[in-house]
Design a protein around this ligand. Structure first.
Ligand code: CAO
Length: 520
């Protein structure tokens, strides 16, 4: 019988409420004990949380930006084996101490690619001594003891395995790691609290919605920490190490270069957008010269969505297509159903719910709208998860109605209402905002005629909706008043060309004009 094991944040020392900046697993992934689950980053340390269990990831309970503390459940794994809890630091005798390569999981004979210490250096517990690099992971070996380096036992290129002596220290106290053994589900240590455990930088297994800081660059954890300390974006640092690895010196050179550039005095806001854009520095204006001002920090949601929107705006060749849908009959039907429903006390049917259903039908007819670009491949999805933009006091969020194809309009109305409320109350869970295939941004309750929404990558299209209005429509003989809903579809032109986008728009309008077509 399979069992679900909760993988939790282990003892992370003095750290509390540490944000998740990188997630390496997705539902369905098979992971081993010690595989990195996520990266946590406080203002003082960056730590990868290794899995305490092996098996298949069944559930992910956290998202990027979530703040977690010891004991927080990160994922649920269908068990194939689990590791023992954190090593317990225990003082050992002073005197010469051999610091050895700890248990590095399945890795064996891993080359030493960087050495951070030399004889005479004073090291603290957890200071990185060397970096090891296999074809799958880069890991720093932290010191399990404090003291003065008497001897460095390895040289660059040496291949080492668990137990190999790295350095000999003098005059310090050691921390001893407990052995790793198969046992009941328990959390494995994060590197920061486990002096003898390696910090593993694994390759991200999935594309997170927010680009993590430097997750795709090739650099050891200590170099990453150094870059973060200096505020350097590793994506922009030129690597001179073997296999394109960024060295500490590269980060230093990058920072020096930035500081000595003419734009340094006014950092370019656009520079964070990537893509090699040669943009002017962001205008730096002392607004207080012109009148009274008040400075308010952006909310976390605004900061995250701002980065995403900027990337999507710059990187997607997007075109917006407009169409008018005649919703006279649909609105009459909706009002009628709501009247009937009032007596029964059921959920209020919203226009958004009908739009979700119509979009699903149109995505079934035009599958490119349910796809994502992955390099030269188009990933076509067979599930229909629809995101909808929700305006909250803290900024824009996009909750997702999962498997909308399998839900009735009533169910969608109920669920979107619940999700919108949770969004406004700041109670949405990361999972509620993940996995969308297509997004609807409805401003209809507010007003507007048409707009050009920004595609929510890696989706390829988004439907913007404004306020319906009674308009004179020519029926072949005369002008008749019809309730008209303005649709604005923005699509990624790399996947969807103008003809297809217009077909989709026309079809959505047809479905809304006569909703019986959805049942066909
Ligand atoms: N035309 C005319 N009226 C509309 C309408 C439309 N397209 N859509 C909704 N309405 C009316 C409804 O009839 C309802 O009126 P009554 O209160 O008189 O019944 C009112 O607006 C509220 O509608 P609703 O309860 O269905 O809610 P909604 O669908 O308008 O909004 C939600 C739900 C979550 C989409 C909304 O709260 C929201 O956050 N919208 C903003 C989305 C946004 O910011 N998009 C921009 C993203 S890009 O910057």
């Amino acid at each position: 019988m399979s069992q679900l094991i909760e993988v939790k944040v282990p003892d992370i020392g003095d750290f509390d409420a540490v944000p998740i900046i990188d997630l390496f697993v997705k539902v369905g992934d098979t992971i081993k004990v010690d595989d990195a689950i996520c990266t946590l980053e406080s203002d003082k340390a960056t730590m990868d949380v290794p899995s305490s269990a092996a098996g298949v990831v069944k559930e992910i309970l956290v998202g990027l930006g979530d703040k977690v503390a010891e004991g927080a459940v990160l994922i649920k794994v269908e068990a194939a084996g689990a590791a023992a809890p954190a090593p317990v630091a225990a003082p050992a005798a002073a005197g010469p101490i051999e610091v050895k390569v700890p248990d590095i999981g399945d890795f064996d004979a891993v080359p030493v690619i960087e050495i951070f210490v030399k004889p005479g250096d004073t090291v603290k517990v957890d200071d990185a001594l060397v970096t090891l690099e296999s074809d799958k992971a880069t890991m720093d070996v932290p010191s399990s003891a404090a003291g003065v380096v008497k001897e460095v036992k390895v040289k660059l290129g040496d291949k080492v395995s668990e137990g190999a002596v790295i350095v000999v220290l003098e005059g310090g106290a050691a921390a001893v790691a407990a052995p790793v053994a198969a046992a009941a589900p328990a959390a494995a240590p994060a590197a920061v609290s486990a002096p003898a455990a390696p910090v593993v930088t694994a390759t991200p297994a999935s594309l997170p919605p927010v680009p993590p800081l430097g997750s795709k660059v090739h650099a050891s954890p200590s170099v990453r920490a150094y870059a973060r300390e200096l505020g350097a974006d590793l994506n922009k640092v030129k690597a001179t190490g073997p296999n394109g690895r960024i060295l500490k010196e590269d980060v230093t050179a990058f920072v020096k270069g930035v500081l000595s550039s003419p734009a340094a005095a006014a950092p370019a806001a656009g520079a964070s957008l990537g893509g090699g854009l040669d943009l002017l520095p962001w205008p730096k204006v002392d607004f207080s010269k012109f009148g009274e001002i008040e400075v308010q920090p952006l909310s976390r949601i605004k900061k995250i969505s701002g980065q995403n929107l900027s990337r999507n705006w710059v990187m997607i060749p997007a075109v917006t297509y407009h169409e008018d849908a005649d919703i006279t009959d649909l609105e009459a039907f909706r009002v009628l159903l709501n009247k009937e429903n009032e007596k029964g006390g059921g959920a209020k049917l919203t226009m958004l719910a009908f739009l979700v259903k119509a979009c699903v039908k149109a995505m079934q007819k035009y599958p490119e709208f349910n796809s994502s670009l992955d390099g030269d491949n188009l990933v076509l999805k067979k599930y229909f998860n629809i995101g909808f933009a929700a305006d909250t006091p803290n900024g824009l969020v996009v909750p997702v109605i999962k498997n909308a194809d399998k839900k009735s309009v009533f169910e969608i109305a109920q669920e979107s209402g619940d999700l919108a409320k949770q969004a406004r109350d700041g109670k949405l869970k990361p999972a509620d905002m993940q996995g969308a295939c297509f997004t609807i941004s409805s401003l209809g309750g507010i007003g507007g005629t048409y707009f050009a929404p920004i595609v929510n990558a890696p989706e390829v299209a988004i439907l913007g909706v404004n306020k319906s209005a009674m308009k004179p429509t020519w029926d072949g003989k005369q002008f008749v008043p019809r309730l008209t809903l303005p649709l604005s579809l923005t699509a990624d032109h790399r996947v969807i060309d103008g003809a297809l986008a217009t077909r989709f728009n026309v079809y959505v309008a047809q479905l809304l004009a006569d909703f019986r077509r959805v049942a066909l």
